[in-house]
Design a protein around this ligand. Sequence first.
Ligand code: SF4
Ligand code: SF4
Length: 354
Amino acid sequence: MATQMEFVPNQHATEAVTAHVIWMTTGLGCDGDSVAMTSATSPSLEDIITGAIPGMPRVVVHTPVLAFENGAEFMQAWYDAEAGKLDPFVLIVEGSIPNEHLSGEGHWAGMGVNPDNGQPITTNEWVDRLAPKAAAVVAIGTCATYGGIPAMANNPTGAMGMCDYLGWDWKSSAGLPIINIPGCPAQPDNMTETLMYLVFALAGMAPPPELDEAHRPTWLFGRTVREGCNRAGFAEQGQFATEYGDDPRCLVKLGCKGPVVKCNVPVRGWQSGYGGCPNVGGICMACTMPGFPDKYMPFMDEDKWGAAASNFEKFVSGPLIRYFRHKNIDNKYDKEPEWRHNRPELTTGYAKRW
Ligand code: SF4
Ligand code: SF4
């Protein structure tokens, strides 16, 4: 677990705190996480920014996806954060960080224009300017957390996640490590819930979020997909789909990587509890994992170890479990106790006292 001993919550927790969120979408990515976040319900972004959550400090979110302002007016929050005028603020980064050492005289990603030379300010420079001032840094989506699709083998940009860029031991001004919310996109409620928790923590009203070794919140990423999947019982019984459209069965033989992937989507669903990749018939492609996508390709092929495990379940343990389980169900548990009848005698075993 990442150490958080130096966490320094707001020293004036009883005073009104306004937390700002600078949400950068200018890493190498697709804005999919921002779009997904608009469908969060537990809590919703509206709950957070309208102050609907009791006791929660006021939150102002600055993101190009939702902003009315544009141009220099929009960029002002970035400069204010850099100047220390937005305190505390949380820096959220979406999209992977390119290696600008490799971009020659050009650049891979940027936002806003440097008034001194008329050149774009690179995403990397914004991270360098803002991260040291941020009370917390959150990487959202697998691109920003671990590099994701832009960081695949043979990419030209040298793309990487925030922990690769700033360092896995990096700490914010409040003493927090980088918080990773992976997923492609990240599950909407995972984003808003973590943001809500973080704001409470920064205000001194909650402990710092507990993270695992890959900097993921433990309460969100502690289980594998298999452990939350509503098809897991079929795997235990050795029942596997062999083509799409089969009866609901475990999808491992169609390429699902759920047994070795940490993700809560099967438990939480995608929106309002609905959906959830394997729950609704789609294989898990491991989009939350640091090794995604390269280590899980080809996506639609059965993994070698998955095949070994599923063959054992299909031909050895599954038939035994099915046989004894259904024998028990048919002969015992699917039948009412015999003392429930309409005859005149009481046969429940109760010792009559009258
Ligand atoms: Fe888009 Fe997925 Fe990258 Fe997010 S993690 S920016 S959804 S490609
Ligand atoms: Fe990604 Fe798999 Fe989770 Fe679906 S279940 S969101 S594919 S890790």
